[in-house]
Design a protein. Structure first.
Length: 266
């Protein structure tokens, strides 16, 4: 009994520490005007049932915005399921989204739920939706219209209750003009548009972000918090940041691991 109590207490502490770390990692950090507008848009969109289309360059934090919308919604106790449409091979994305029945295709040895079913009662985040093949776009449009999915090889539709949030780094109106993206699907997912600004448009947030990411990296790597001198902050603030927030976070982690001593200089 004592061993079980101690094990449970250790597990609870680990869980609380992990939850706190995840909360810090998923916080939108910044005080600039673009970030304040972004947070206002999230607060307005989150409590609704409306679909959201998040646009922005790679590395700006589109998934972070999607998570914030989910956490601020009435579905926050439900699952947050994500699918990167660019990372799944084209021949598998239909099965990943809608699921499949046993024997539906070679290698389908058992029935499997798709991401829509896994997100039941919660949120499905479709990252890089602009990379989705046209034939899959047609089936996604039907799911959004009917609120039901057909598994690959299935014989009857399955009703779903899922909020869809999509994201893209592409110019979808231009993709529509080029015949690469369906216009009717665009209007289905683009009920509430939210644009995530690039880091170069919110340079005043860089010192705050540097402090935040250094603290996170030090916690994750068991290092003491490092101070950054004024010249180093100036150098970081003047950088072009083509990789946006993701690049800045990677730089901060690199500084934590490779910089000797307690301070970071230019």
């Amino acid at each position: 009994t004592l061993n079980n109590a101690l094990s449970f207490n250790k597990l609870k502490r680990s869980h609380n520490a992990l939850a706190e770390r995840l909360q810090k990692a998923h916080t939108i950090v910044g005080e600039s005007a673009p970030v304040q507008r972004l947070q206002q848009e999230i607060e307005l969109a989150a409590p609704t049932k409306a679909r959201v289309l998040i646009t922005g360059e790679n590395g700006t934090g589109k998934e972070l915005v999607a998570r914030a919308i989910h956490e601020g919604s009435q579905r926050s106790n439900g699952p947050f399921i994500k699918l990167n449409c660019a990372a799944i091979p084209s021949e598998l994305i239909e099965s990943e989204l809608f699921g499949h029945e046993k024997g539906a295709f070679t290698g389908a040895q058992a029935s499997r739920k798709g991401r829509f079913e896994l997100a039941e009662g919660g949120t499905l985040f479709l990252d890089e939706i602009g990379e989705m093949r046209p034939e899959v776009q047609v089936k996604l449009l039907r799911v959004l219209q009917e609120n039901e999915v057909d598994r690959v090889g299935g014989s009857s539709p399955i009703p779903i209750d899922v909020r869809v949030i999509a994201a893209t780094n592409k110019d979808l109106p231009a993709e529509i003009e080029a015949g690469e993206f369906r216009e009717d699907l665009y209007y289905r997912v683009n009920v509430i548009p939210i644009h995530v600004p690039p880091l170069r448009d919110r340079r005043t947030d860089i010192p705050i972000l540097v402090e935040h990411f250094l603290k996170l990296s030090c916690d994750e790597n068991g290092r003491r918090v490092k101070a950054v001198d004024a010249a180093a902050l100036t150098a970081l603030s003047e950088h072009a940041w083509p990789g946006n927030i993701r690049e800045l976070r990677n730089i901060c982690e690199r500084l934590v691991i490779l910089t000797p001593g307690p301070g970071v200089t230019a």
